[in-house]
Design a protein around this ligand. Structure first.
Ligand code: GUN
Ligand code: ZN
Length: 443
């Protein structure tokens, strides 16, 4: 058992209405092993109260610092570190000109291992302790990322990118030995990778069709069958990001009611299915998200950078489907959750203005922060496991220095309530705010 003394930020257990942040100016976070020997939160609250209950504990003190849950990134591409900041007319030319050429390099286990090490280090440097991430269509890329995440004891979910048409030949899934075709081999590889990695330490597997246009019917059907046999395995893909992409998906799968419904038709919408973007939806799509239990990975910096459009927060909340925040690096422009939360704020404002709904319907700083921690965890089926510091949660947390820059120091010093403090951090913050990232250890 060990305790940390600092200001503490966490979220109240599920509440009706908007998420409620809890803040303790002089708090104590007590961590200790659960039955499996993993460090989890044992208690959280005011220092003056908890120090009496745990009088003999070693206490590490962080004066002037804030301890908060580690951030959860619901959608990111580890093979796209080098793609950040590649301007294009839109999603499809961006994929063709920048993304596919870079992803080809992950055929090499050495290149994959180097990128995986950089990627995990960069996540942790930015305070991200849980990530659902794309790899490439090469098994080497998946093995490299799981290996590095396991070494860092990080909670990480990834999977082999399924792509058996409409991409450069050397980036498609490849045929196997003995005349096994590429589609069949990609599904065999997926099953083998699930056996090898899913549920090992803190690792999870995600069945990963890139998006409907780059998979045949047979591949999507096979992916859906694997998903049905493995209900606790995740699914990740993209949907309704860009108008050209949508037109393409509709032309390839005209029998489905909508682009989103295509995934449903192949058994790929369910709890633990996470779809990036979900921008150009109608109310039938929103109702399908809600009914299926699938979640949206809202990726605002990517959507602004690629000019894809604006996630409709109002529509999502009206329907009540699950969502949380994601960087979507390399369409997204930063690993920093602060940059993503600020981009989400801009998107929220834009949506309100665009729809001419009630003036002043802004995303609160507490709601933005929740979308990148407890809300994201809940949307992914990891509520009560990560993304919060309630007793029982795995002890993944960040130590934030609210005076990390002269301007932050000046601004946070005059914050007169929690919303003002959080908003200053969101607007002015980046990786410099994260003084330390602590990952739950197994003892
Ligand atoms: N749709 C299909 N692939 C991708 C990708 O790599 N990034 C984004 N933003 N959208 C996609
Ligand atoms: Zn993406």
């Amino acid at each position: 058992m060990k305790a940390y003394r600092a200001a503490l930020l966490w979220f109240a257990p599920d509440t009706e209405g908007p998420p409620q942040a809890c803040y303790e100016e002089d708090g104590l976070l007590v961590v200790g092993p659960n039955a499996d020997g993993r460090q989890v939160v044992q208690a959280i609250g005011a220092y003056r109260d908890l120090v009496l209950k745990f009088p003999d504990l070693a206490v590490e003190h962080f004066p002037g610092r804030i301890i908060a849950p580690g951030f959860v990134d619901m959608h990111i591409h580890y093979p796209q570190i080098n793609v950040i900041g590649s301007p294009a007319d839109g999603l499809l030319p961006w994929l063709e000109n920048y993304t596919f050429p870079e992803e080809k390099r992950f055929e090499s286990p050495e290149y994959s291992a180097g990128a995986a090490q950089f990627f995990i280090a960069e996540l942790l440097r930015n305070g991200v302790t849980t990530a659902l991430t794309f790899a490439t269509s090469h098994t080497a890329s998946v093995n490299a990322l799981f290996t590095e995440a396991q070494a860092q004891q990080m909670r990480l979910i990834t999977g082999l990118c399924l792509m058996d048409r409409h991409a450069p030949a050397d980036l498609l899934n490849q045929p196997g030995p003995g005349g096994v075709d590429a589609t069949e081999q990609s599904l065999l590889d997926t099953e083998a990778l699930i056996q090898r990695w899913h549920g090992v330490d803190r690792l999870g597997y995600a069945i990963t069709p890139r998006f409907a246009p780059t998979s045949t019917d047979a591949q999507l059907r096979g992916a859906g069958a694997i998903a049905a046999h493995n209900p606790d395995v995740w699914i990740q893909s993209h949907v309704a990001e860009n108008h050209d992409e949508i037109a393409w998906a509709r032309a390839l799968f005209p029998q489905s009611r909508s682009y989103l419904a295509t995934y449903d038709d192949f058994g790929l919408l369910r709890k633990r299915a996470v779809y990036a973007h979900c921008i150009h939806f109608n109310d039938d799509d929103r109702a399908l998200m809600r009914a299926s239990g699938a979640a949206a990975a809202v990726s605002p910096s990517s959507n602004l950078f690629l000019g894809s459009g604006f996630f409709d927060y109002h529509g999502a909340d009206r329907t009540g489907f699950a969502y949380g925040l994601a960087s979507d690096v390399g369409g997204g422009t930063s690993f920093s959750p602060f940059r993503t939360m600020l981009a989400a704020y801009y998107v929220g404002r834009t949506t309100v203005t665009g729809l001419q709904t009630k003036a002043g319907l802004s995303l609160s700083p507490q709601h933005l922060w929740w979308q990148h921690t407890a809300g994201a965890a809940e949307a992914m089926g990891l509520g009560g496991v990560v993304g919060n510091l309630l007793p029982g949660c795995e002890a993944d947390f960040v130590v934030i220095n609210p005076a990390a820059t002269p301007l932050l120091a000046r601004k946070t010093a005059i914050a007169s309530n929690l919303d003002e403090l959080l908003f200053s951090l969101i607007v002015l913050g980046d990786d410099r705010l994260i003084e330390k990232t602590v990952i739950s250890q197994a003892i």
